[in-house]
Design a protein around this ligand. Sequence first.
Ligand SMILES: Cc1cc2nc3c(=O)[nH]c(=O)nc-3n(C[C@H](O)[C@H](O)[C@H](O)COP(=O)(O)OP(=O)(O)OC[C@H]3O[C@@H](n4cnc5c(N)ncnc54)[C@H](O)[C@@H]3O)c2cc1C
Length: 383
Amino acid sequence: MPAPIIVIGTGLAGYNFGREFRKADTETPLMYITSDDGRSYSKPMLSTGFTKSKTAEDLAMATADEMAGHLKASIRTMTHVDTINASEQTISVAGESIKYSKLVLAVGAKCIEAPLAGDGADDVYVINDLMDYGQFREGLAGKKKVFIIGAGLIGCEYANDLSNGEFEVEAVDPMSTVLANLLPEQASQAVRHALETEKNVKFHFGTVAESVTKSGDDYEIRLKNGTTTRADIVLSAIGVRASTALAEKAGLAINHGIVVNRELQTNDANIYALGDCAEVDGQLLYYVMPLMACARALAKTLSGTATPVCYGAMPVGIKVPVCPTQVSPPPRDAEGEWEVETDGSNVKATFRNSAGELLGFALTGDKVSEKMALQKQLPSILA
Ligand SMILES: Cc1cc2nc3c(=O)[nH]c(=O)nc-3n(C[C@H](O)[C@H](O)[C@H](O)COP(=O)(O)OP(=O)(O)OC[C@H]3O[C@@H](n4cnc5c(N)ncnc54)[C@H](O)[C@@H]3O)c2cc1C
């Protein structure tokens, strides 16, 4: 029996790689190892649970056993991989050493922890998978008011979703408005205005949460600007960072993520990475479309046809139904200017260079209908 391809991680990256791989190769042994329960689910759905009336159980599309059947794979759940021994092509799991032919790292990203003082800091929720989401939903039972740390993409999505679930929502962000790192000012203001006026979300901008303290049945949240407020439950959503510790310990090249080339190969010829953990040819994109492209390309490569990944333009929908929003941010170092048409809630912002070429856009409200037309004009991210 040849050593299996081992995939670490059963998120969208790991499972989509397996689905694609099995289209081309039904025989090579495939083994999954995951530190969670291995259920298949779509992570973007976690921030629309109330809007779509879905519990954590509803969001689970298949159990680990069902996935093992679909993928003709073995799957070990609730199992953390501690060490990779690249020279021996083994991984070590709870003292056991397992040989691989190829290793695929699909270990995702970790939520950044907000530095908080106070005896309630350990009770602050972060949601990075379906199990976290289930615990958060349990924690919400009988509660009325949620305080969210962070008003970026995930924070705003939860603010809208929890409001739709009839929770009172208050949030804090160090920037001067919502989604400030992603949208030009007018588009941010449109989203902020809709959340404030239609969903009654109360924001604190230009400051951060310093402490969360237990206070009877609820929590007191103290902000750096001296404001204090109270909530029944606190959720932190201040961003994610690629999980690189395991790869780094194995001597693999790391930058902001695990460094891989266009064939998703690390600096070790037998180890590959994709998804939120992987920095592909300099691009670290925490979204679904890039990982799907990587899953397709890597499946071809590992079934015998070396295939570099290509990324077209990949706009992101921000799930704030109170103000539909689509964005394709310009590359970080791009030179150019935003041009904005707005009537307040309907914003069309385009970012062009001096030659007039479109490099990015942000659309809110009715203007999201122009997404496809603009997307066609954008250059590919990895041609
Ligand atoms: C609330 C929310 C909403 C989102 N909405 C959108 C959206 O609308 N559109 C979009 O494009 N993107 C969205 N994203 C981002 C998108 O969901 C992620 O980019 C994607 O799910 C990442 O998948 P992944 O498989 O790389 O990582 P993960 O889903 O994090 O999977 C990582 C896996 O690795 C396992 N693992 C990690 N370390 C180890 C170890 N040492 N040993 C064993 N197992 C290990 C974990 O258990 C897990 O199974 C959203 C993210 C969140 C949190």
